[in-house]
Design a protein around this ligand. Structure first.
Ligand code: PEP
Ligand code: MG
Length: 755
């Protein structure tokens, strides 16, 4: 290596010292610009940072007039610096003055300089600034100089992202067409609108140490991390060995990428130039992402995307950082971007900040969506390529009512958003106007409209909506939101609070329904091939009765002298119901012996969500069950053999189908004959059209997410049930897959309000 190059490369070592040393980001920027000018033998080194409004501001300089710092500003695309930002590519010119794009800024004193080399500062595939050097004489910069400048630019980009130099919301994207507003479409999983800053649920790993001490040590770290990463992919492969088809193929391909010699070779080269292992991975990844934004071939994009995913995994192995964004410093209003999401993961976030969730996958039956409904957060699922199209810190409008995502919205969209907020406010006020009116159909049927709850926060919805009570209190939600299994005392306190907030309105507590996608963070369970049909819910609590006993004890104690309503989930046959009820009766006796005042009245019911129970319904009804609540989310999943959380099946089977409606009809007929109260508490009850069909079938109790009370009540007030019933009955024998449109037309023709 020639002496000049060796000297220049040694500046990376000094750069590391500056980064490791103290001082504000501004002080470090000043030191770095001085260091580069000295190290590369240039007369000027300047750092421009992208600010809101796509303006590049001079943040630090060695060689230009200090008076210009924080004053000189260029638009993206303006001048040579602006060109580097707009194209995301390095630019070297021996004679800047004769370049057609040169923009003269007298306040900088740059009339003295002839040649210029500028490189973009890139982070996450986006340009966030420009680093440039200039010389008095006309000079051809060498390749190694450009490489060094690019490496320094990367280090600075990382520092800027972690510093408060510029408001985080300002470090926005610029590269290519990424600045343009964009509209994406997906599935409506929960309605509502929100505006916020995009945050990746699994954020990019922050790399704090970009420059290495010794290339050999860094190579060794890389080799170890690569081998750990391959092992973890191998165990993923082993776990899914028997899964035929696409998923396995995808993992196999992914595994092959982990051996990609070109990719590993490029990382190794950067380690040799002085970067740490993680710095080198980040550099290769940044280069690739920038290229990706310019590639349109979907096959290549997919491959590059795989490499990006690998890079993130590798970085996690190198840095040991595997956390989600929930633990980080969040913007005031967050739109969460994720591939998929578990309910507990969603609960990790401060709900007052969440303005929307956008998923690459996702379906309406998944539990995270149910939690989002309770929190009134709009959710859009199955948005293709969301990670390529939305960058962290982008402003995003989520329109959950229409399934639209507006990325970097223009003034028109923002205005429409504000109008939408106003319209929703007005609609809410309208629902409020009949809040205290009972839900009675036009022909006089009184329907009890209850809410589904799971958080204390939901109980506000009971008061606000004027609902008749809580038809389903999902007790697992507070279990999921805690770091450990709550004690009897904690549970008693919580249930007591729920009952207190409900006042004289009834609350039906459902016992712990975990498993499937509702995992408790502190409960390490062996993975199951088919968790939705696995060891979950009542199956767990009957096998581990201590958990059930403790929960029931807490419920008995909390009820004081009020009514206690308990419901068991996922009951598949009468024997399970009896076994669970026996545990409750034994606990009541034990508590009575301890002197706990007994509840005023005890009502024991069951969810009906496993089809087998329908065929034992006559026996169950004779067995003294006090009430039944249909869990249509699970009942539909098991009836159609269609995983409620599988986005590819979302919308494929309709609960408004002759098959599903016939099943529900049978359940109503049997319960009516036995005079056992029957409700439905799955998501379908929250949709006015579905609720119309349910009341026509004979349901008189519906339990819905609190925001659904107003629209469903409005539907009821405008419906003549005796008119809908015979119509619905004519649909039950049709061969169609869905009768949704028939029902919609009926509603329109008969003035039934469905908004
Ligand atoms: C259901 O299955 O419809 C139900 C209400 O229970 P969960 O959604 O909590 O499984
Ligand atoms: Mg269920």
């Amino acid at each position: 290596m020639p002496e000049r190059e060796r000297d220049a490369r040694s500046l990376l070592g000094r750069l590391r010292d500056i980064m490791a040393g103290g001082g504000s980001p501004q002080v470090r920027l000043d030191l770095v610009t001085a260091l580069i000018a000295r190290g590369l033998g240039t007369d000027v080194c300047s750092c421009y940072v992208l600010r809101a409004g796509e303006v590049l501001e001079l943040f630090a300089t060695e060689g230009l007039s200090q008076a210009a710092v924080h004053k000189t500003r260029l638009r993206v695309g303006e001048g040579l610096i602006g060109e580097v930002a707009a194209t995301g590519r390095a630019l070297t010119v021996a004679d800047a003055w004769s370049h057609p794009n040169f923009a003269y800024r007298p306040e900088t004193g740059e009339d003295l300089f002839q040649s210029l080399m500028g490189v973009p500062m890139i982070r996450g595939g986006r340009v966030i600034g420009v680093l440039a050097v200039q010389n008095r004489e006309s000079r051809d910069y060498e390749e190694f100089e450009q490489e060094i400048l690019e490496t320094v630019a990367m280090v600075l980009a990382e520092m800027l992202a972690g510093a408060d130099l510029v408001g985080k919301d300002e470090l926005g994207p610029v590269a290519g067409n990424a600045v343009l507003p964009m509209r994406l479409e997906g599935d409506r999983l929960n309605g509502g609108i929100g505006l916020g800053t995009a945050v990746y649920h699994r954020p990019e790993v922050m790399v704090h140490r970009l420059v290495g001490d010794d290339p050999e040590t860094e190579m060794e770290r890389l080799r170890t991390a690569l081998s750990e990463m391959r092992q973890s992919i191998d165990s993923m492969l082993a776990l899914h060995r028997d899964v035929p088809g696409e998923y396995h193929d995808v993992l196999e391909t992914f595994r092959m990428f982990a051996e990609d010699a070109g990719w590993i070779g490029r990382i190794s080269e950067h380690i040799q130039t002085g970067l740490s292992a993680e710095g080198a991975v980040r550099k290769v990844d940044d280069d690739m992402r920038l290229r990706m934004s310019q590639v349109s071939d979907p096959y290549i994009r997919e491959r590059l995307h795989d490499l990006e995913d690998l890079a993130n995994r590798l970085l996690r192995h190198l840095t040991g950082d595997g956390s989600t964004a929930a633990l980080s410093d969040l913007p005031e209003h967050v739109v969460l971007i994720c591939r998929s999401l578990g309910p507990a993961e969603l609960l990790d976030y401060d709900p007052s900040r969440l303005r929307g969730v956008i998923m690459e996958e996702g379906s309406s039956g998944m539990h995270a969506v149910i939690v989002a409904k309770a929190l009134d957060i709009p959710v859009i699922g199955r948005v293709p390529d969301v990670f390529q199209r939305v960058a962290p810190l982008d402003q995003v409008v989520v329109d959950g009512d229409h399934g639209h995502v507006f990325v970097r919205p223009g003034e028109d969209v923002r205005e429409a958003f504000l109008n939408g907020v106003l319209a929703r406010k007005q609609r809410r006020a309208f629902y409020q106007s009949f809040r205290d009116q009972p839900a009675v159909s036009r022909d006089g049927y009184r329907i009890k409209l209850m809410i589904n709850a799971g958080l204390l926060f939901d109980m506000e919805g009971l008061v606000e909506s004027g609902a008749d009570g809580v038809g389903l209190y999902r007790t697992e939600i507070p279990f999921m939101a805690r770091p450990s299994l709550p004690s009897v005392e904690t549970q008693t306190e919580l249930y007591d609070k729920v009952l207190e907030l409900a006042g004289d309105k009834p609350v039906t507590f459902r016992t712990l329904d975990v498993g499937g996608d509702k995992l408790l963070p502190y409960w390490n369970r062996a993975p199951e091939d088919n968790p939705a049909m696995g060891w979950r819910s009542i199956r767990i609590t009957l096998d581990r009765p201590a958990i059930l006993r403790e929960q029931l004890r807490a419920l008995i104690r909390a009820s004081g002298q009020r009514e206690l309503r308990v419901m068991f989930p996922m009951v598949a046959n009468v024997a399970e119901f009896r076994a669970a009820r026996k545990v409750l009766m034994a606990e009541l006796a034990r508590e009575a012996a301890r002197g706990t005042p007994p509840p005023r009245r005890v009502r024991v019911g069951t969810m009906l969500e496993v089809p087998s129970l329908i065929w034992q319904l006559p026996a169950l009804l004779k067995d003294g069950v006090d009430f039944i609540s249909v869990g249509s989310n699970d009942l539909m999943q098991f009836t159609f053999a269609a995983d409620r959380a599988n986005s590819r099946l979302a919308g494929r089977y309709d609960p408004l189908s002759p098959a599903a409606l016939s099943i529900l009809h049978r359940v109503v007929t049997l319960c009516d004959a036995a005079a056992v109260p029957l409700s439905l508490c799955g998501e379908m009850a929250s949709r006015p059209l579905d609720a119309m069909a349910l009341v026509a079938l004979g349901f008189r109790f519906l339990s819905v997410a609190a925001p659904g009370v107003g629209p469903v009540k409005q539907m009821l007030l405008s419906t003549n049930i005796d008119q809908v019933r015979p119509y619905v009955e004519t649909l039950l024998d049709l061969p169609d897959a869905s009768v949704r449109e028939n029902l919609r037309s009926f509603a329109l023709d008969h003035g039934i309000s469905l908004s």
